[in-house]
Write a protein that binds this ligand. Structure first.
Ligand SMILES: [Zn+2]
Length: 698
């Protein structure tokens, strides 16, 4: 019985008494006359899943023809029926997109088969036409190779997700090495020096040495965005570039001063656009056109995301004065007296009009800044309609916490909901099931046509993706969130350790990582990432601040962290038991992520012990505790290094390496004597960021 593995679960699936003898039959796929590339890929998926069985042919015919399903429009194109009998099967769809998804269903049914599978009848269609992921332009995605992107598109096919946003431009405040966090993921041939270089240093337990990486994004280095778009469109995944602005935007206004918002003296601020300057639009459209002409149009892809979130005041823009708050809103004489909401509406309409003139038919944009300015309203809908854009614009209503955000369809613009499916591989892992469930189910009540999630792709977030896939395909209430979780646990490790222990593993996992507020913020505070932001740097230095705060923290708060680590221990041990029975990459991810919390908490326990020993004058005991801290730290890092995707590793290990370096430096300081208290140790007065964020020979 393998149908429990189907995420999403089909609308209708009936298993019959007859068996299909997979082990002793060879698969023969019959394609329809004039079959295109997508049907060809459906055949490849079937062949790969069936394997190299020999014996009499088992024919599966793919037929393109009328189908009796209730779906309409693009959802109808993905609908299919499937009849797998003892001696042959038929896939029927009105479009090759549906045939490709039917092949994915068959492939899942063939997983873990014991030589045969039951004869099965399926009728299936999606409730929401658009379902997908948005992979942000950040550390991790910037190191994904063409093969990584292809593997992601293949994985999206297995989950029947069909839209993939890829961040191509986005900027944030200064974090590491006092440099702004800026990502341009595509090259611009006319501006070869328009690149965002990064340096990451980290300790590799495998190599037993420090590594220094200085690089530009792989997508720029290898110029592969077009190939990713092409690979996706043949496999029912529509790739759309996310090109952010006017917020999250500091590279372009520095490089092209005519685009920049101006201060009261008329000087470019290097953050945000002047929204009334024609020269800004000319330059912006030149850059957009470059992306469309080189990467989208050749493959017939008509999707684009124009950004529009968080156009707000922030620190970390002026690298000579990092705490200074800089406003992205322009103070030129044409902008300063205008209503900001109206400015933003007019900007959106002008950008969308241009994109449509370039053949883009689906333009997505974020809801939040228009909403904050009371500008996501009927007036905006009317402006879009007057410009002939009402069917082309999709507002993405995003929120990754409470309260639930519901779209307001009254403005007459297409709507998607965007929850989060996990984003920080460099923090502790995240369960966003509550956020995904709430945003999509409430969004459906308010008429959304699609949902995608904000993410950095990491296999460790698989349960989040499976839930998103399941409830965007099936928006009815046939399976509750608890039902989904039980089924996911069974599918992931029920065969290995039994369904009861499988559910227990995820129940413990949920206790440790299921609350984004506690898990991401409170537990995450033990790690480096939040401490890299300007506001945090202004008041303290990591990791010394965490050790000091833990030493004076109320016992009940410390208990809550210890308790989370205990739940993670229980979960880790069950994932490890399942992994021993069946070493899948997914089980390794769950085990390693649980061990990360367990291990980091143990490291801090040793550090607190060491601090107390130093203050008690017990130097040898302090050194013993520090040696234990270092050993545990390296073991956490080694496990992650063995498991995590290559693209994600440098950033994950960098954020841990600063803590490792701190432990080593503490031991050096204690050994060399001199200090009579923990607070006096020299390393407690240093910023160790340079050791993980700048290139130097150690
Ligand atoms: Zn202006």
């Amino acid at each position: 019985m393998t149908s429990i593995d189907l995420f999403p679960y089909p609308k209708s699936l009936v298993e019959h008494d007859d068996r299909i003898d997979v082990a002793n039959r060879s698969l023969q796929v019959n394609l329809p006359a004039g079959a295109g590339a997508t049907a060809g890929h459906a055949s490849t998926v079937l062949q790969h899943a069936w394997g190299s069985g020999s014996g009499a042919a088992y024919p599966i015919s793919i037929e393109i023809g009328p189908l009796d399903v209730p779906a309409e429009g693009p959802a109808r194109e993905e609908s299919y029926s499937l009849e797998l009998g003892a001696d042959g099967g038929t896939i029927r769809a009105e479009n090759e997109r549906g045939a490709y998804l039917a092949a994915q269903t068959v492939a899942t049914l063939l997983q873990n088969n014991d030589g045969s599978i039951p004869a099965t009848t399926v009728s299936d269609w999606p409730d929401l036409a658009w379902r997908g992921l948005y992979v942000e332009s950040k550390w991790g995605p910037d190191r994904m190779t063409l093969d990584d992107w292809k593997a992601l598109i293949d994985e999206m096919g297995r989950k029947k997700l069909n839209t993939l946003g890829i961040g191509v431009y986005g900027c944030w405040s200064a974090q590491y090495a006092k440099k702004r966090t800026e990502f341009l993921m595509v090259p611009f041939p006319d501006y070869p020096d328009l690149v965002t270089e990064k340096t990451i240093r980290y300790y590799s337990p495998k190599a037993e040495t420090w590594q220094t990486l200085t690089y530009v994004p792989t997508m720029v280095e290898d110029d592969i965005f077009g190939e990713v778009v092409a690979y996706g469109v043949e496999r029912n995944v529509y790739v759309r570039p996310h090109f952010n602005g006017p917020g999250h935007n500091s590279v372009l206004p520095r490089y092209f001063p005519e685009m920049a918002s101006l201060d009261e003296n008329g000087n470019p601020k290097g953050y945000g656009y002047c929204l009334t300057n024609d020269a800004m639009y000319t330059r912006l459209f030149e850059l957009f056109d470059s992306v469309i002409d080189r990467y989208l149009a050749p493959h017939g892809v008509k999707w684009f995301h124009m950004g529009l979130d968080e156009v707000w005041l922030t620190a970390g823009i002026d690298t000579d004065d990092i705490p200074k708050l800089v406003d992205p809103w322009c103070q030129c004489e044409n902008c300063r007296d205008r209503d900001k909401g109206e400015l933003l509406q007019d900007y959106a309409v002008r950008v969308c009009s241009h994109l449509k003139s370039k053949g883009v038919e689906n333009i997505t944009l974020w809801d939040d800044e228009l909403r904050r300015k009371d500008a996501l309203n009927e007036t905006f809908g009317k402006k879009l309609a007057d410009a002939g854009l009402s069917g082309n614009v999709v507002v993405q209503w995003w929120r990754y916490g409470s309260p639930v955000l519901t779209p307001h369809p009254v403005i007459g613009v297409r709507a998607w909901s965007t929850p989060m499916t996990g984003y920080w591989s460099n923090l502790f892992t995240q369960s966003y099931t509550a956020n995904i469930w709430d945003l999509v189910t409430h969004g459906v009540e308010h008429g959304i046509e699609g949902a995608d999630s904000y993410c950095i792709y990491d296999l460790a977030f698989d349960r989040n993706y499976a839930l998103l896939a399941n409830i965007t395909w099936n928006t009815d209430d046939r399976e509750t969130l608890y039902g989904f979780k039980a089924r996911y646990a069974k599918a992931t490790l029920g065969r290995e350790i039994g369904n009861i222990e499988a559910s227990t593993a995820f129940a413990n996992y949920e206790e440790a990582f299921g609350s984004p507020g506690f898990g991401t913020n409170t537990l995450g505070w033990l790690l480096y990432y939040w401490h890299t932001y300007p506001a945090a740097r202004a008041v303290s230095t990591y990791p010394q601040n965490v050790v000091n705060e833990l030493r004076t923290m109320p016992g009940r708060l410390v208990s809550s962290i210890r308790s989370a680590a205990s739940f993670a221990t229980e979960a880790r041990d069950l994932f490890a038991k399942a992994y021993a029975a069946n070493p899948t990459p997914l089980l390794a991810e769950y085990e390693a992520e649980c061990d990360k919390l367990v291990g980091i908490w143990e490291v801090y326990t040793h550090l607190l012990d060491a601090a107390n020993q130093v203050d008690a004058g017990a130097r040898d005991a302090a050194l013993t505790a520090l040696e234990a801290a270092r050993t545990r730290m390296v073991s956490v890092m080694a496990k992650l290094e063995a498991v995590k995707a290559q693209a994600l590793l440098p950033q994950i290990l960098r954020d841990l390496s600063i803590l490792l370096r701190y432990i080593e430096r503490l031991a050096e300081d204690v050994s060399s004597g001199g200090a009579t208290s923990f607070a006096e140790l020299p390393v407690n007065h240093e910023d160790l960021d340079v050791e993980v964020s700048t290139a130097f020979e150690a």
